[in-house]
Design a binder for this molecule. Structure first.
Ligand code: NDP
Length: 289
């Protein structure tokens, strides 16, 4: 029927589904049920068992990787309604998107890869950027349902949304790490990092890392865990798979892949992604403060 379903009430999914519940009749499911019950109490969504969500005409998912999306798809096999649309907001894998779209098409269900950027702040504000791969006509059908979005861009066929997201996050990873290396050198030379960032942010070396992340999360020593380091390492790995699929030459992104895998091991995958700079600190025997 005409209802919206949301699977995966994590750091992103919880506030995203909140915007849906304020605007539409919304069913929610989360692996840990207490989180779905809290969501129902906070936003007026309806917490159900997974199989009940199969009857919605638009089903959103926001899970760690395409692997967990496969788990819920298989759990719902035989229950999905022909004509419905599955909108996967996971930062997933383009190859998985093509396989999942084909699997769903055999069951009469449309698939859009629709990953998001803007972080937990953007999810709470309802201002996320959504990059969508798949049939443009299907996107037009669900566009009014994207209550958590500030900007929606159709970027190409199935898998293109995940590819763009992976490249965006590879750029985040490179910019963050490179800023960390440069600031570590300045710190070792006795430069005040607040003054250095003030200059860089008024100059051509600025990035979201220099303008927001490093001041708010690293210099402050807060490292608030809103986006896990392990998830960013995953995204850089997807970007490298996109490069490899076209036999591309991207040695800088390859280095980023190795560095973030190392940081995930040494610092911890559930730490905030900005805690990767603690490895840069160890490598340089300085603190970025
Ligand atoms: P979280 O770790 O906060 O949430 C993960 C969600 O997936 C939880 O609801 C968790 O359930 C659920 N889950 C995990 N494993 C399974 C499983 N095997 N079966 C069913 N459910 C499962 O992640 P985020 O919300 O941060 O990230 C979600 C996606 O969004 C990722 O792909 C990430 O890369 C992307 N993203 C994250 C951003 C951020 O700033 N955090 C920004 C943009 C994109 P449970 O509660 O039971 O653990």
């Amino acid at each position: 029927g005409m209802s919206t379903a949301f699977i995966g009430l994590g750091a992103m999914g919880y506030p995203m589904a909140g915007h849906l519940a304020r605007a539409f009749d919304t069913l929610v499911w989360n692996r840990t049920p207490a989180r779905a019950q809290a969501h129902a109490a906070e936003f007026g969504s309806a917490a159900h068992e997974l199989s009940s969500l199969a009857h919605a005409d638009v089903i959103f998912s926001c899970l760690p990787t395409s692997g967990e999306v496969w788990e819920v798809l298989r759990a719902l096999d035989g229950q999905l309604e022909p004509g419905s649309v599955w909108v996967d907001c996971t930062s997933g894998h383009p190859q998985a998107a093509r396989e999942q779209a084909a699997w769903l098409a055999e069951r009469g269900v449309h698939f859009l890869d629709a990953p998001v950027s803007g972080g937990t702040n953007g999810a709470e504000a309802g201002t996320l950027t959504v990059m969508v791969g798949g049939d443009a006509a299907v996107l037009e059908r669900v566009r009014p349902r994207l209550a958590f979005a500030g900007k929606v861009v159709h970027v190409g066929p199935t898998g293109a949304g995940f590819a763009v997201k992976a490249v965006n996050n590879a750029l985040l990873a490179v910019n963050l790490w490179a800023a960390g290396e440069g600031l570590a050198a300045l710190k070792a030379g006795g430069v005040d990092l607040g003054a250095a960032l003030d200059v860089i942010n008024a100059s051509s070396g600025r990035s979201n890392a220099s303008e927001n992340l490093i001041g708010q999360r690293v210099l402050s020593r807060e490292f608030p865990a809103t986006f896990a380091l392990g998830l960013l390492a995953k995204d850089v790995g997807i970007a490298l798979d996109v490069v490899a699929a076209h036999k591309g030459a991207a040695p800088l992104l390859g280095s980023a892949g190795g560095l973030y895998r190392a940081a995930e091991r040494v610092i911890g995958g559930s730490e905030d992604h900005t805690a990767a700079l603690k490895l840069v600190e160890q490598m340089n025997d300085v603190e970025l403060s």
